[in-house]
Design a protein around this ligand. Structure first.
Ligand code: NCD
Ligand code: ZN
Length: 326
């Protein structure tokens, strides 16, 4: 048995409507709170929308659960950010067109500076989908110089490099004291070989794409030990019709398996005692959070991950896991 104190998922896509009602209980069952991404259609760009979305999540959650809300990055005035600040934990920046729901993202990074200056002054963290242009395997590396420059230009701004996938991204944490990173479950488990090295696996396709074995090794090391790396699943459900399609949507629905699979991995790495830090303590420190007190217990009990949850194929479908959320 393993008891986690207020486990947190610092990067989730809960969607809207029927999909929200299907997936939110899976996050809320395992996590005391989660950072909710704003890439809806249309994106969440104002305080009123944040409050309306938060209410819909609470109605769908079905468990005691705190949604930690975010705004979608655009050019904001100081007044707009002041109005939103009591209701959000950060502003999420998507480079335009880089991933699902990022069409309204930022096309020119040079235009970010005035908004970043307001965020620094108001102490609102910046969350980044860190991919630039170029060859798909090199997109994260291509964006890191922008992150490093912002970290230097806005030294009091807390910046979170979301779903870090490369050893270079982890190395940047050493050069930037105000930089943090979320690490997903799937990037700790798979490399690009699992996605396209044999038969193509659409349910393992996500952005940023899984990288090389040496990148995965650096992510594992950071998950175990780095004080500024913490868990964000990037659980991103799409209907099976959008995944098993000629143009497969990017995103892996990992919420139902997140804690059991993390427990199995940390156990395999001989580090079960470090799971609490990865799934809660370091995120609380980074975001200065006092999450709702909630204990989540994992038991050693084998279960098989269902092939479908509603319209969605979950990560690790059909596989047997040896830990189960109580
Ligand atoms: C996410 C989604 O589907 O919203 N997809 C993904 O592959 N991770 C968006 C994102 O976080 O990039
Ligand atoms: Zn995401």
């Amino acid at each position: 048995m393993l008891t986690l104190h207020s486990p947190l998922d610092m990067h989730v896509h809960l969607r809207q409507g029927d999909m929200l009602r299907l997936v939110a209980p899976h996050t809320a069952r395992s996590f005391a709170a989660a950072v909710v991404m704003p890439n809806l259609a249309p994106p969440v760009t104002g305080a009123a929308q944040v409050l309306e979305y938060r209410q819909a999540i609470l109605e769908a959650a079905g468990h005691p659960f705190e949604p930690l809300m975010t705004l979608f990055f655009r050019e904001y005035s100081r007044a707009e950010l002041e109005e939103a600040k009591p209701h959000i934990v950060g502003v999420k920046l998507y480079p335009a067109g880089m991933t699902t729901g990022s069409e309204a993202g930022l096309a020119d990074m040079e235009r970010a500076a005035p908004t970043l200056a307001h965020m620094e002054a108001l102490d609102i963290p910046l969350l980044i989908h860190g991919e630039g242009c170029g060859f798909v395997m090199d997109r994260e590396a291509a964006f890191l110089p922008v992150v490093e420059r912002w970290s230097r230009d806005f030294p009091k701004l807390r910046i979170v490099l979301e779903h870090v996938t490369t050893a270079a991204g982890i190395a940047l944490l050493e050069r930037c004291g105000n930089l943090f990173a979320t690490v997903t479950l799937h990037h700790l488990l798979i490399t690009l070989d699992d996605v396209i090295g044999g038969l193509m696996r659409p349910h393992l396709f996500c952005k940023p794409v899984a990288k090389r074995p040496e990148d995965r090794a650096a992510l594992r090391e950071a998950a175990l030990s780095h004080p500024r790396a913490f868990f964000g699943s990037d659980t991103a459900p799409h209907p099976v019709t959008a995944k098993e399609a000629p143009g497969c949507a990017a995103g892996i629905f990992s919420a139902p398996v997140a804690l059991p699979a993390l427990a199995a991995l940390f156990e395999e790495l001989g580090a079960l005692d470090r799971l609490q830090a990865f799934v809660s303590d370091r995120a609380c420190a980074a975001y200065r959070l006092a999450p709702p007190a909630r204990e989540v217990t994992l038991r050693r009990r084998a279960w098989t991950v269902p092939e479908r949850i509603g319209t969605v194929v979950p990560y690790l479908a059909g596989q047997t896991l040896n830990w189960m959320v109580d």
